[in-house]
Design a protein around this ligand. Sequence first.
Ligand code: DAH
Length: 338
Amino acid sequence: MLEIIEKHIRSIEQTALSSAEEVETFRIQYLGKKGILTALFADFKTVPNDQKKLVGQALNALKTNVEEALSRFQVKSNTRKSAPQEDYSRPGYAAIPGAHHPISLVRNEIVSILERMGFAVAQGPEMEDDWHNFSALNFPPEHPARDMQDTFFLAKDPDWALRTHTSSVQVRMMETKKPPIRIIAPGRVFRNEAISSRSHCVFHQVEGLYIDKNVSFADLKQTLLEFARAFFGEKTEIRLRPSYFPFTEPSAEMDIWWGLENEVDHRMTKGTGWLEIMGCGMVDPAVLESCGIDPSVYSGYAFGMGIERIAMQRFQIPDIRAFYENDLRFLSNFTGAL
Ligand code: DAH
């Protein structure tokens, strides 16, 4: 039986099929109900047990060869067959333009505004150690502030985790660069959160950091106002609300005035008219110290915003999950946008 199988394998190697009819005959010859392979598989039952493995492997090899030969010749014969039927007067298919993902669109716009304001783009790893994601940012061990961010720890070593925010890039920059430092860090972050229309376990942030002599809260406020007006429109009003982050003191949350004219405005702003855009504050002196920067000489501000929230607001997308479903009906809405 082995010999017969090998003979078939050799003969297939030398077979050339030039027409669709020949391909079909070949297919029926091997794979048809009464074909060679069907017969061989039936005979396989009679092979003694000690030879089953060898014969079985050969049989499978033959089957693969047949299938490969078929797909090889089918492609060829298809092209040959369809060529003369081509209607050359038919208008061409419209080229379907690609589209940037809405998250990329918003990120690019945020980055380009901040670049114009003098910030350079920095990057850091998505997998971080406890120091860069938490400790250096003044989250003490066991401190409840760590609960603000549900973390995906690495199973093998809980000192490592997927970063929960891009603030970790601040630490890396302060550790390696001398002030003045003026960077933004766009990137992906991860939180062990239940997925809903408003939150996802993967999302994007843009972090900002400015460290120099005599940086004040007024500098922060003016920078954010400029940013908000460049992004949301010239007349945009902002407000800063006191807040808490372990790595900034004082800390604030920035809202933009959204308006309260219709039902959607009420829903978007929880009835206040103000839309929360980002967290910010003056870098805590303890953080500067952890990163080797002398807080008696330097001060700085930081801010961090979520790209999804801003994109949802900009494009009126009611469900954050739409960003990750890769549904062409959704993505194709963004063709042509730059
Ligand atoms: N890391 C914060 C978060 O993920 C956002 C943030 C708040 C970043 C204040 C900052 C900041 O740089 O100063 O919720």
